[in-house]
Ligand binder design. Structure first.
Ligand SMILES: Nc1ncnc2c1ncn2[C@@H]1O[C@H](COP(=O)(O)OP(=O)(O)OP(=O)(O)O)[C@@H](O)[C@H]1O
Ligand SMILES: [Mg+2]
Length: 403
């Protein structure tokens, strides 16, 4: 796995603020680097106003922009430069193999092939790709194995619109799995054990669970499972006949997936846990399906290791439950604490530990330029330019200079 050497930012630009706008919460994170030491500037979370996100798309930009503004004003973030992510069912990441035909732009060949993998016209997509490898065929041809990411233009434009409306500067827009992978990659110098594993990043959010398999710093498989924590709360509410707000409280405080918890039968905690169980079981089944597909399709002798993130990773006992039911090792994504130093008088460790899994995407997004700065130093490339609406880089290329 690539080691990210850490060099100081050469330009005077303020560090990137990672912006993760989810269906349930908006998360912001910012780090700075001083003499090769990364430290947490700030992070903040606020509820996403109801009904503003549908299928990963911001449908009420004005309201989101207001929520983002008040979150920014609550915390002392520095500057206006942001990196944000797109996610959801309509965001596609695929490995495809195409014929690399001489004198035909590979861009066009990949575009034609990608058209088969998305449910909307390719003209309405923002897409980007990276050639992972090339191989010769018996008849003298060349095949290119590419990692392609695509998202509907309207999703990207709505996000860029909100960022601009909030008087922020969108510098990078990318797909969520790459932000999460960057965080894992970034800490790999501290966690050599991760090098020896195939990493499965499982982000259990509110409406979506994403499963992203990365081997040797390359995303091999991404899967979106169309439910998450919100469905658990709904199941608790309807089974116990209580409001969704009370179900949400019970889920956070009393549900415990650990079989050793020995919850007393008939108590609220036990009934809520029993209501949550089938949803988690369904999730586990979907994760196993994805991983079965992965292991039949891709050869790797590295064992699978699951890293759980998203707010639902904090459900008590969920990591152990998934570990036992999948047979793979599982850890909760608290890599935020490995990435940077923080001022203990400003941030309580226990709070950081609790929030870390929810902040995995915002953290990965905010690290974007530290990685790029290292690459720039190597290749002496120009400074990143802000994205235009509808124009963005969607893929994470380890060690590349980005836009
Ligand atoms: N301590 C906790 N225990 C259980 N669930 C929790 C806890 N804290 C938060 N959650 C759940 O986590 C979810 C929110 O997580 P997150 O912020 O990662 O989602 P999101 O990014 O807004 O959603 P999505 O990714 O689906 O757009 C909610 O369903 C919430 O109920
Ligand atoms: Mg999310």
């Amino acid at each position: 796995m690539r080691r990210h050497l850490v060099f100081g930012l050469e330009n005077k630009a303020t560090p990137i603020i990672g912006v993760d706008i989810g269906a349930s919460t908006i998360k912001l994170a910012q780090f700075k680097r001083d003499k090769n030491i990364l430290s947490l500037v700030n992070f903040g979370v606020a509820p996403t106003p109801e009904g503003c996100i549908e299928n990963g798309k911001i449908v009420k930009g004005d309201i989101i922009s207001e929520a983002l503004s008040s979150l920014l004003s609550l915390h002392s973030f520095v500057g206006k430069r942001v990196s944000a992510s797109v996610s959801g069912q309509l965001v596609t990441v695929r490995q495809i193999t195409v014929d690399d035909i001489p004198r035909q732009p590979l861009d066009d060949i990949v575009k034609w092939e990608m058209e088969k993998h998305i449910s909307y016209p390719i003209e309405d997509a923002v897409f980007d790709y990276q050639v992972l490898s090339r191989s010769h065929t018996g008849d003298g041809g060349i095949k290119a194995n590419c990692l392609v990411a695509a998202a509907p233009l309207e999703i990207v434009n709505a996000l860029v619109g909100v960022i601009r409306k909030t008087h922020l500067e969108p510098v990078f827009i990318e797909v969520e799995p790459f932000a999460e992978l960057r965080l894992v990659d970034y800490v790999s110098y501290k966690r050599p054990d991760l090098d020896a594993k195939t990493i499965v990043m499982v982000n259990i959010g509110s409406t979506i669970t994403s499963v992203n398999v990365a081997d040797q710093s390359v995303i091999r498989l991404t899967r979106m499972i169309p439910f998450g924590g919100a469905r658990i709360s709904q199941a608790i509410a309807s089974t116990l006949g209580i409001t969704i707000e009370r179900a949400e409280e019970l889920k956070r405080e009393s549900v415990n997936m650990d079989p050793q918890a020995n919850l007393e039968a008939g108590t609220e905690a036990e009934r809520a846990t029993s209501a949550a169980l089938p949803i988690i079981d369904e999730l586990v089944l979907e994760i196993r399906r994805s991983l079965n597909y992965y292991t039949t399709r891709f050869e790797s002798d590295r064992p699978l290791h699951l890293i759980l993130s998203g707010g639902t990773a904090n459900l008590k006992g969920v990591a152990d439950y998934i570990e036992v039911s999948t047979g793979f090792t599982v850890e909760i994504n608290r890599l935020l604490l490995d990435v940077a130093k923080y001022d203990p008088s400003m941030f309580a460790e226990s709070y950081l530990i609790e929030m870390a899994p929810m902040f995995s995407v915002a953290t990965g997004l905010s690290l974007r330029e530290f990685e790029a700065a290292a690459a720039r130093k190597r290749s002496d490339r120009k400074k990143a330019k802000p994205v235009e609406a509808g124009e963005s880089l969607l893929t994470y290329r380890p060690g590349s200079e980005g836009l």
